[in-house]
Each structure stands twice: as C-alpha cells, then as structure tokens.
Design a binder for this molecule. Structure first.
Ligand code: MRU
Length: 345
C-alpha cells in the first residue's frame, strides 16, 4: 500500500505529492513548522491525511516544550495547536487531529512529563494506524452500493495519498474491486491543482483499476450519454445538516447527477463531521493562489497580469447527496438525524 506518511526515528516521512506523478520524493519532518509547511504547500493533502499529519506535528512539538508543570505544558501545546490550525482552513480533520492530541495530553496529565510526551507520540502513531482501519471499514461498508459492472465517476484524490492509507471514496472503489466486482472509473482531472490527473490516475494505475481520465467539463456529457452509474467523492468537512465541503467542482457534479437521476455518494470518516456547524454556509472556504489557475506545471497559460479566482472547495447542499458512507455505516437523509445517530453509536 502507498504510504502518504510514516513514522521514522524522531519524526515522520512524507511522500511529497507536489512531485507526483513524475517523481517519488520523500521529505522528513521533525518539527511542527516543517509539517505545517508541508500541509500548507500541499506536500501532504487530503482531509484525513492532514489530520494524521497534524497529530504527528503536535506529538513532535510536545517534545520541545520545556515547561515543568502540566498546566504550563498544556498552555504551550494549545499555542502550538492554534498556530498549526492556520495551515489550511477547510478540512476539519486538521482541527480534529489537534484536539485529539490535546485530549490525549489531558488524559495523561498525571504522568511525569517525559512519560506524557512519550504517550503523545504513541497516540499520534495510533491515530495513523486507526485511520487506515477506518478507511478499510468505509471501503467494506460502502462497496455494497456498487454493482458489478458499475461505471464510477470520481473527483479529486481520495486514495491512500489523501489518508494514512487505503482511501475514502477510492477505498470504496478498491474494496468493490477486491470483492470481485468489475468496475470502471472515470477520474476528473480536478483543475486547477490536478489532483485527479496527477494523483488519482497514479494510484489507479498502481492498483490496476481500469479508468479513464477526463477533464472536469466532460462529466455532464458522460452522464447525459448514460456512461456514469454513480458518482463517488470524499469530503473535507460535513456540517450537521449534511452539507458537504469538498474539492471545487463537486457541487457541479452533484447537481448534474441529480438532473440525470444518478446516485451521488460521499465517503468520509466521522472525523470529517463538524457538528458545531449547522450548515455548509458556515464552512470556511480556502482561497488559494491565482497562479494555480493562470499556470499549469509552472508555465503560464493566460495573459500576464490578469485576475483569477481560486476557491479550493465548494459546498454541496445535503439535498443532492444520496447517501454518506462512514466507518460506522451508511447514512441516508435526513442527515441531521442519521449522522448524529452514527456519532452517538
Ligand atoms: O486540496 P486537497 O487536495 O487537500 O483537497 C482534497 C479533497 O478535496 C478530497 O476530496 C477530500 O479531502 C476528501 S479525501 C479523503
């Protein structure tokens, strides 16, 4: 299995996704700031992978705290978390990873500080392993929605690279294939950052899953021609009412799917749920550099000096989502109740 990140002596090793698909370059991060930089610059990306990396950052940051009382230690750890949380705004998993580490520190507050610091490294390692198991569970639960012979349209990258391993939406696809179903994938290139062309195509190729790469603007035409049986995507944040923030272009697919009577599924771990937000209107949307729109592979494709807009995510209202696949089962509308039931189980 492809490893987007793994623990090494004194830090983590990240597969630098900015070099894919042409080169497999790894970077070693041994402190909070290098992990924050890796998240900001998309060396590591995808909501669950960001959460796992954030937990590692907190564990590494904890090692540098010199304070001698738990209260002072905890204040410093929270400050590290506050800084780290600024790396990217939309995927709630970043905050989730930070909070989970703060909770772990609280649970071990009676330990001597050296032991507490060790406990935090153990917790961050456990979060990584847990993420793989969660994705495998999402795959197992979700693959029942896929019929033999299905043609699946997906967007962005939701595979091993976007998680600690296995993937969310891509995990469901992987799982359907493993259970003997013949499937075919249409992968959107996902402009402007091209996660579909650079990352999903790379993963599908490695996995031997039959697929074709299409540009985002082709999706509607493929649906109209009866060549898509279902749409399957991941999520970066899901509000309490079931509104979904995901890679820009997801909303367009959801509306198109409804128009064509095609099921639209979202696969995500429960760590992507943000029950503090009532609706998608409250989800912060990251605005990235206009250069990602005006340039491809570092080369300009537009007249110099023009303005360009680059919101990295959009909101798909819950009414367009046929079902949500989580590690605890499949949620159907109304999501306000079904998601809460899954969380409380
Ligand atoms: O900007 P990115 O590449 O971090 O965006 C990733 C996505 O939008 C994925 O679809 C999302 O994180 C779900 S994946 C597991």
């Amino acid at each position: 299995m492809i490893k987007s990140l793994e623990w090494i002596e004194g830090g983590i090793r990240i597969l630098d996704q900015t070099h894919l698909p042409h080169e497999e370059v790894y970077v070693e991060c041994r402190d909070v700031s290098s992990i924050a930089e890796a998240i900001r610059s998309m060396r590591i990306r995808g909501a669950p992978a960001i959460g796992v990396a954030a937990a590692a950052a907190m564990a590494l940051g904890a090692q540098t705290i010199q304070e001698q009382t738990f209260e002072a230690f905890s204040t410093k750890l929270s400050a590290l978390g506050e800084d780290l949380a600024k790396a990217r705004p939309t995927a709630v998993n970043l905050k989730w990873g930070i909070e989970r580490m703060k909770q772990a520190a609280l649970k071990s507050r009676d330990l001597p500080l050296p032991a507490l610091k060790e406990a935090l490294v153990a917790e961050a390692k456990a979060i990584l392993e847990e993420d793989i198991r969660i994705n495998q569970a999402i795959g197992a639960k979700g693959q029942v929605l896929i019929q033999d012979g299905s043609r699946i349209l997906t967007h962005c990258n939701t595979g091993s690279l976007a998680t600690a391993g296995y993937g969310t939406a891509l995990g469901v696809i992987r799982s359907a294939k493993a259970s003997g179903k013949r499937i075919e994938v249409l992968a959107n290139e996902t402009r402007p950052f091209l996660q579909g062309a650079r990352l999903t195509a790379w993963e599908l190729l490695k996995e031997g899953i039959p697929f074709s790469l299409i540009t985002d603007s082709m999706a509607g035409s493929f649906m109209h021609r009866g060549m898509v049986d279902l749409v399957l995507v991941g999520a970066d944040r899901i509000a309490a009412n079931g509104d979904v923030a995901n890679k820009i272009g997801t909303y367009t697919l959801a509306v198109l799917a409804k128009e064509h009577g095609i099921p639209f599924y979202v696969a995500a771990p429960l760590s992507t749920l943000d029950l503090t937000l009532q609706s998608g209107d409250e989800i912060p949307i990251e605005e990235r550099s206009p250069e990602e729109v005006t340039h491809i592979g570092g080369r300009s494709i537009a007249p110099p000096g023009i303005t360009a807009k680059n919101p990295a995510f959009d909101i798909t209202p819950a009414r367009y989502v046929t079902a949500m696949i989580t590690e605890r089962g499949i949620a159907y509308p109304p999501y306000k109740e079904s998601l809460r039931r899954l969380v409380e189980r």
